[in-house]
Write a protein that binds this ligand. Structure first.
Ligand code: PLP
Length: 432
């Protein structure tokens, strides 16, 4: 991993909790914090990029679905809004990613949607053997690519472009890897460890110049920054709803297919929810129109319904304002790192330039795992740990406050100064 940056003493600025609270007082989005369940004011939650907090509106919506729609309306619920929920909620997510309402649908998990789109893309570019990705990509995507290529048959090959520093991949390295043999270029837009953001229009154009399709994984971007898939000419995308969209644990994901491609692509999983005229119960598969064909089986309605009020909250707050706050907060976090933590041997494992950085920051330390443990168990701070040394701190601009960041980093400093992590074993727990 990269070394800690040399610490440059800055003209002395003393960071204080009062100053952080003053930033909160000036924050136009600060009132959104009260839209979320926060039952422990002392707990500093910096993991909204893994699992977003519970919106209070979601609690109401879910109890309405359980008590009224399921409890009282029973099977009639399917005709009263359940059946169309994947399209309806998809159209709301479309507004967050610069897509048309009929270009996004909610279904399955991110992994399953990714597989469906990869198989569809490979079939649509049958004469081209290569798929290009990078080694910053989320492992589930890499595994699915390996499995999909094996299913797609002999001669297909995955090209994994290496990051030179574990933080970013230069566009030139991608350009070198893409050839007229490339069927598909697929990348995670905001890298899950470093938070590096690709230039979506430039990278998509690169794929298109070679005649390849472009598939983005938006899981760490959606809800944290404006995205414009249509303006960039993106072909395909997937994303999850339980991070910045606060849809709840295991909430279904979404997929995007550019309108002009929809009729050409086929879902490899032929289920009855993708069937044209589903209730004719015809014995032979005929793919439904538009994105319906990318559905497979019955949508999990309780968790699908939970996404809707959460997405509405993000739409209400506005992505430009959310991004502006996220940038101000990651800058603030990095300023604290530079002043307090860099001198203690903590590295910045994320881009320094905010234009290249998403809404999380990874701090590197050889004892990262045990430090994370001490933060969680002794300090009431919840970060993430990502192998080998990343203490990943997520900023969810809808509810993370500047005071959270101040407190989280000052407690981290204490863990390091007092070496509180030393009492924990070095073994990794099952879930990090
Ligand atoms: C970038 C990215 N892609 C895919 C996934 C997998 O999502 P799922 O478990 O919903 O399939 C994740 C999960 O965190 C992720 O961060």
């Amino acid at each position: 991993m990269n070394q800690p940056r040399t610490h440059m003493p800055t003209p002395s600025h003393t960071y204080t909790l009062e100053e952080a609270r003053a930033f909160d007082a000036q924050d136009p989005l600060h009132s959104y914090r009260s839209e979320f369940m926060i039952d422990n004011a002392d707990l500093i939650y910096l993991d909204g990029n893994s699992l977003g907090r519970l919106p209070l509106r979601t609690r109401e919506r879910v109890s309405q679905v359980v008590d009224h729609e399921w409890g009282s309306r029973l099977i009639r619920g399917w005709g009263e809004g359940w059946f169309t929920a994947p399209q309806r909620i998809g159209a709301k997510i479309a507004q967050l990613i610069g897509a048309q309402p009929d270009e996004v649908i909610v279904a399955d998990s991110t992994s399953v949607n990714f597989f469906k789109l990869v198989m569809a893309a490979l079939a649509a570019r049958a004469g081209r053997p290569l798929v290009v990705t990078d080694d910053l990509n989320f492992p589930s995507d890499l595994y699915l690519l390996q499995g999909a290529l094996r299913l797609a048959g002999a001669g297909r090959r995955l090209v994994r472009v290496a990051s030179p520093d574990g933080i970013r991949v230069p566009i030139e390295a991608l350009a070198e890897a893409i050839t007229p043999e490339t069927a598909l270029l697929t990348l995670t837009h905001t890298a899950f460890k470093s938070g590096f953001i690709y230039d979506m229009p430039a990278v998509t154009a690169l794929a298109h110049r070679a005649g390849a399709l472009m598939l983005w994984d938006l899981s760490h971007s959606v809800g944290a920054m404006p995205l414009d898939l249509n303006a960039a000419g993106v072909d395909l995308a997937v994303g999850c709803t339980y991070k910045y969209l606060n849809g709840g644990p295991g909430a279904p994901a979404f997929l995007f297919v550019r309108r002009g491609l929809q009729a050409e692509l086929l879902n490899p999983l032929w289920g009855w929810f993708g069937q044209k005229g589903q209730f004719d119960f015809s014995l032979d598969y005929d793919p439904g129109p538009g994105l319906q064909r990318f559905l497979v089986g019955t949508p999990p309605m309780l968790s699908t319904a939970a996404i809707e009020p959460a997405v509405e909250l993000v739409l209400e707050a506005g992505l430009d304002r959310l991004r502006a706050k996220s940038v101000a907060q990651t800058e603030y976090l990095i300023a604290l790192w530079e002043d307090w933590l860099a001198p203690l041997g903590v590295a910045l494992n994320s881009p320094r330039d905010s234009a290249q950085r998403g809404s999380h920051v990874s701090l590197g330390h050889p004892e990262g795992l045990r430090i994370d443990r001490a933060l969680i168990e002794d300090m009431a701070v919840i970060p993430d740990f990502r192998y080998p040394d990343n203490i990943r701190l997520g900023i969810a601009p809808l509810y993370t406050s500047f005071a959270d960041i101040y407190e989280g980093l000052s407690r981290l400093r204490r863990v390091l100064v007092e070496r509180l992590y030393e009492k924990y074993p070095v073994e990794r727990p099952e879930v990090t």
